[in-house]
Design a protein around this ligand. Sequence first.
Ligand code: FES
Length: 102
Amino acid sequence: MIRLADIPVGEGRAYDVDGELVAVFHLRDGTVKAVSGICPHAGGPLADGLTDLRQVVCPLHQHAFDLSTGCSTTGQPDLTVYPSTVDEEGHVVVSSRTSRSV
Ligand code: FES
């Protein structure tokens, strides 16, 4: 179980959620977003990508994906978006097939 505070602001970290690699981002406005952790272009580590409040840019070949919709803005297949929240104790909760804290 991780706390949002364990992820530096503006960065992402990868976690296994029910057998799926999920990239969880702590955005600069204090919110959390979670998307597929593996880039559909060529398998890049999206948790290491650059983010603003709207998108993540893959570190390998700079394809970009909207963090709210998962849609690629550079012509790649879309990412899965995982609904994510932070509970009262500051733990990140990511919803996949079953909601769970990561
Ligand atoms: S692997 Fe992500 S852009 Fe190529």
